[in-house]
Design a protein around this ligand. Structure first.
Ligand code: ADP
Length: 489
């Protein structure tokens, strides 16, 4: 099986959130299972170059048609975690990928539409004929459209396309110009059964195009697959997902236990396993020392993630004061794409500046995130919706009890200590239904009650989580099954 991932992110060199982790973890698992995997990424200036080995230019002068002219690209090749990656570096006045950040520019759609076309052009020119092209989210949703509308007529008839929806909150709504810029004809594509958005007449919906043109569409948990087909969480794509339901399914994300494992993690103070779970508390001490928190007998509640509306930012905000008022410590690591949210958390940070039980880190730090997963007792994930969520999976592995809202992948992976219809040894956290403060508070109160009054049961809950298998083992096989299924058709 020969798989090419076309993706905007791949951890650890280009990671904004879970998409980056998934591409890296899935690719490694596929490679372990004998597949040949290559990854095509933009050559962002903000790549973690220090984590790429053997980076060399392997193709120069790749001429990519764009907006009635050609943009010339160099392509670099290097290895990330043993995975072969190609980085496309366009030379043009738009400076597509030299912006210091991955996303957040007015022309993001143009940047990634160009990248999609460039990735296919590179495969064509280098005679790559993968069995599967696996693309991800709106950024690369034009890949299957371009493949069937243009590149199959140039000889690329072999590859089949798997398209993964990591988050339908971002669909790439654009004017028709986006199609013309990459050489597609809006005249034939702007119909209800192809790329025209169902609710914004005249707008191109890139994700819809990806769904229509791919051979198989996956999303990142079974629950989210169901939610986006049947409820408002489909964000307008329910109809097209229903039309294409026979080629659509949910495969739960895994996490890479080489990167996320307290037995081997190079970023934490002391390694531990279920057999030595007491050593976890050396990490709690280390986290407190690092963040100037007092060493005292009290639970430590954590949050790691993007401070986006989807993540329940107002609930996290309220949880900080609640925890401090109820004898806990609170540590937050996060950053927001929205300036006003960052500002609100900066103000909160200022308010608690000298508080010995609170640290809010408004920023991004891979290394600190590991220490928080290892050092915290409880981790909050109060999302309004969550396609899969990785932070709860990581926290389970680190014996940090997750408190999650019952939605998407959170509902598929966390089972309430008190109410889950499962045997006790399978219960691993706290789950609440209502997306409001009362909901979160009820779960938080139960969790803190257990920590204070029934430490031996709390410890069992930690161990139940640590024993869960949310590795890429099962999902890796599921993706191979999908690949084999579409390859044979
Ligand atoms: P999403 O993809 O919606 O951002 P996920 O829970 O699927 O959320 O994945 C989040 C990933 O990004 C996790 O690996 C988490 O540790 C990481 N992450 C998010 N924010 C930060 C941050 N500020 N610093 C370090 N890692 C972060």
């Amino acid at each position: 099986m020969y798989v090419v991932m076309v993706t905007p992110e791949c951890a650890p060199v280009a990671k904004v959130g879970g998409l980056g982790d998934v591409v890296q973890g899935l690719s490694r698992e596929l490679a372990v299972r004998g597949a040949t995997v290559e990854i095509i990424l933009p050559k962002y200036d903000c790549l973690r170059h220090d984590l790429i080995s053997g980076l060399t230019q392997c193709y120069s002068g790749l001429a990519v048609p764009y907006h009635h002219h050609w943009i010339h690209c160099d392509v670099f090749c290097g290895f990330v975690d043993g995975l072969k990656c190609y980085f496309i570096d366009p030379h043009s006045h738009q400076n597509f990928f030299n912006r210091g950040i991955f996303y957040g520019h007015g022309d993001d759609a143009e940047r990634f539409a160009f990248f999609s076309r460039a990735a296919l052009e590179f495969m064509l020119k280098t005679h790559k004929h993968p069995d599967i092209i696996h693309c991800h989210d709106w950024q690369t949703a034009l890949v299957p459209v371009l493949l069937w509308e243009i590149y199959q007529h140039q000889g690329m008839t072999h590859p089949r396309v798997c398209f993964t929806l990591h988050n339908l909150a971002h669909q790439g709504l654009q004017g028709e110009h986006i199609l013309r810029q990459v050489g597609l004809n809006p005249g034939s594509l702007m119909t209800h059964d192809r790329l025209m958005d169902d609710h914004h007449l005249g707008a191109v919906n890139l994700v819809k195009g990806g769904i229509v043109y791919s051979n198989f569409v996956t999303t990142v948990s079974p629950r989210y697959a169901d939610e986006i087909r049947r409820t408002h969480l489909g964000m307008g794509l329910q109809r097209i997902l229903a039309v294409h339901h026979q080629k659509f399914g949910g495969i739960l994300n895994g996490i890479d236990y080489n990167a996320w494992n307290p037995e081997v993690d190079g970023h934490i103070a002391k390694h531990y396993s279920p057999a030595t779970v007491g050593d976890k508390y050396a990490n709690k001490d280390a986290l407190r020392s690092r963040l100037w928190l007092r060493q005292e007998f009290k639970p430590l509640v954590g949050f790691v993630g993007r401070l986006d509306h989807q993540k329940g930012v107002h609930l996290i905000f309220d949880a900080v004061s609640y925890c401090l008022d109820h004898g806990c410590q609170f540590v937050l690591l996060g950053t927001s794409p929205h300036g006003h949210i960052n500002q609100a958390f900066r103000n909160l940070k200022r308010h608690f500046n000298d508080h010995p039980d609170c640290h809010l880190e408004i920023g991004y730090s891979e290394e600190l995130s590991h220490l928080i997963y290892a050092g915290a007792d409880l981790l909050l994930v109060p999302s309004e919706f969550e396609p899969c969520g990785l932070t709860q999976l990581i926290s389970l592995k680190y014996g940090t009890v997750p408190i999650v809202r019952n939605t998407g992948g959170l509902g598929d992976t966390v089972f309430d200590a008190d109410y889950a219809p499962r045997p006790y040894h399978e219960r691993n956290g706290y789950v609440f239904n209502d997306y409001n403060w009362t909901g979160l508070e009820s779960a938080l109160r139960r969790a803190l009650g257990l920590w204070h009054h029934y430490p031996q049961y709390f410890r069992e809950l930690m161990l139940n989580g640590m024993r869960c298998d949310y590795s890429w083992n099962h999902p890796g096989q599921n993706y191979l099954n999908v690949y084999n299924y579409i390859k044979a058709r």
